[in-house]
Write a protein that binds this ligand. Structure first.
Ligand code: ARG
Length: 587
């Protein structure tokens, strides 16, 4: 299957070639000025520059060749040398017919597939997930879906924070309260219990309390640090207890991520690279990259032309403990060894940009990462409340992901009631619809913004069935499903478009899809897909509002319109899937 844009690029490229110019100049895109033409090629300007010719003259030599092609109803030159192209209705109809049965909606796979590892989610064991983890996981999962669909080999890794000081805090607290537990008996050599002595609720209560205590109480902090170092040295009782933390945290994470329809290929964490750290530091020390600095072991990453301060990356603290940067560097070692990716993308809060700059510099400087490996931090902004400050619960706390999902669900249910939708369904079915509406609302509200920007969380607005919202898009898709049902739609590969056809605008929007996905994949920008999804839904909605499809007596027209509607549904399904949104059957 060749997408229409590729086919047109090929035709225009051949015209350039026959003038002795590079075929690549013939690249065709959707027109910026739909009032003038459907498509455009800007290659004459670049070709003229390369051949030291006048751009208009180049365009003038190309255009007659295209005018001779019966596919086009109009070929014109605009401005300095833009080539404007418009297809005949016959061609448009043929194209829609040709993609009608295509699983990929007419989008080609890229020709050169790469292995791309994506690091997103990043929840921390024993700490509740908050809305920051929500952003990371839904943005990262969407970028993964887009790259995968484009034809790349993608690997999504959750990279849990499972090795930090919070572990020492939990363990030392439990040891103070339950000194008699077998986990703390250093002479114990038997099997530790398989049942966890604590629940997720216990952990969620202990962590913030002890973390606050450590800020004011030096002895508590020391105790936590010591426990962290002991854990990292694999003290058996601590390690067994830690394993329980991981197991129960994983259960809660899996529940949350499944509710969010977020997928990971790997459920790895910081601990998975623990054994790589000491050989890595030894190697860096031998090669004089790792040096002692005030008792710590560091890598200096300053460059001569820096115009700001870049502190060294600390590998070992003075007490021998390892830090976030150490595990991130070792994780690069591990990823190269196991997956050999050509790119690693980190979808992490933009406030961590210095951290990633330090790690990337250290990786490149020391040769841990080859020059060819692209390391990119895609830093996202903050989800704010209506006061413009990071979103907090009414009691002033950080909103837990679980509670956010529950809030969305409740609001979605209320919206369904208001719209008197799904009234004849059972409670279970209604619950299922409300879940899909809630997730669509939350994800679409987030992903429609360029991710580096902050955005305001507004539950009322994002759950509305009108405007640029997830529920509006679901509603449009469901409406098409029901139209096709009522019409008894069957795929009909022959579609004819008549000159007065109201569906033409919808067809032109359908044709844009390959270009839109290409842009989103190249720039890692799910919001471009969100914009296009909304544009397509709106184009369909106005077409549907002005056309009486079901009562149309001209069978050819009616079949054509149903075919268009079906194609819109297929593309909406694909686009929404690329942002991780599922469509209910009814609403
Ligand atoms: N656990 C970290 C946090 O909660 C995010 C991890 C991001 N990934 C990474 N490779 N550092 O902030």
């Amino acid at each position: 299957m060749t997408s229409l844009l590729n086919k047109l690029s090929d035709i225009v490229g051949q015209a350039f070639e026959s003038e002795g110019l590079d075929k690549a100049f013939g690249r065709v895109g959707v027109s910026d000025r739909p009032d003038l033409a459907q498509f455009q090629c800007n290659g004459a300007m670049a070709a003229a520059k390369a051949a030291k010719k006048n751009p208009r003259a180049v365009a003038e030599s190309i255009v007659p060749k295209l005018q001779a092609n019966l596919m086009f109803s109009k070929v014109e030159i605009a401005g300095p040398g833009f080539i404007n192209l418009t297809l005949t209705d016959l061609e448009l109809g043929k194209y829609i017919s040709s993609i009608s049965a295509d699983q990929r909606c007419g989008v080609d796979k890229i020709s050169k597939s790469e292995t791309i590892l994506l690091d997103y989610g990043g929840p921390n064991v024993a700490k509740p997930m908050h809305v920051g983890h929500l952003r990371s996981s839904i943005i990262g999962d969407s970028i993964r879906r887009i790259l995968k669909f484009s034809g790349h080999n993608t690997i999504g890794d959750i990279h849990m924070g499972d090795w930090g000081t919070q572990m020492g805090m939990m363990i030392s607290e439990l040891q103070l309260v339950h000194p008699d537990w077998v986990y703390f008996d250093e002479s114990f050599t038997g099997e530790y219990p398989s049942e966890s002595p604590v629940t997720m609720d216990d952990l969620e209560e202990i962590y913030p309390r002890v973390s606050a205590l450590c800020k004011t109480d030096e002895t508590r902090l020391e105790l936590s640090r010591a426990a962290t170092v002991d854990l990292q040295n694999k003290r058996p009782g601590y390690h067994a207890l830690w394993k329980h933390f991981v197991t129960i945290s994983l259960q809660s994470m899996k529940r949350n991520f499944s509710a969010l329809n977020v997928h990971f290929d790997l459920w790895k964490g910081e601990t998975d690279v623990h054994d790589l750290i000491s050989p890595m530091v030894d190697d860096l020390t031998k090669r004089s990259y790792a040096v002692k600095d005030d008792g710590a072991t560091v890598v200096h990453i300053k460059k001569n032309d820096d115009n700001k301060e870049y502190p060294p990356l600390i590998l070992y603290k003075r007490d021998g403990g390892v830090l976030y940067g150490t595990t991130d560097l070792a994780t690069i070692v591990e990823r190269i060894k196991n997956y050999n990716p050509s790119r690693i993308l980190y979808i992490v809060d933009k406030r961590q940009s210095l951290h990633f700059e330090q790690v990337f510099r250290a990786a490149k400087l020391t040769g841990i990462a080859p020059e060819s490996l692209e390391l990119t931090h895609l830093g996202y902004g903050t989800m704010n409340g209506s006061d413009g400050k990071p979103f907090k619960t009414r009691s002033g706390g950080v909103l837990k992901l679980e509670d956010l999902i529950a809030m969305g669900h409740e609001k979605a249910m209320q919206r369904l009631e208001e719209a008197q939708a799904a009234q004849d369904l059972s409670q279970d079915e209604k619950d299922d619809i409300a879940s899909k509406v809630a997730i669509a609302a939350i994800k679409f509200a987030d992903l429609q913004n360029s991710f580096s920007a902050d955005y305001i969380f507004d539950l009322d607005r994002m759950t509305s069935f009108e405007g640029k919202t997830g529920p509006y898009l679901l509603y449009q898709a469901v409406r098409i499903k029901s139209l096709l049902d009522k019409a008894g739609y069957k795929q009909n590969p022959q579609i004819t478009i008549k000159p007065d056809d109201a569906g033409r605008n919808v067809i032109l929007t359908l044709i844009e899809l390959p270009q839109v996905i290409d842009i989103a994949a190249r720039n890692y920008t799910p919001h471009v897909l969100c914009d296009h999804t909304y544009k397509l839904a709106q184009a369909f909605s106005s077409f549907y509002g002005n056309t009486h499809i079901l009562s149309e007596s001209d069978e050819v027209k009616k079949q054509g319109w149903l075919e268009i509607s079906h194609m819109v549904l297929c593309q909406l399904e694909l686009l929404l899937d690329l942002v991780g949104i599922k469509i209910p059957d009814r609403m």
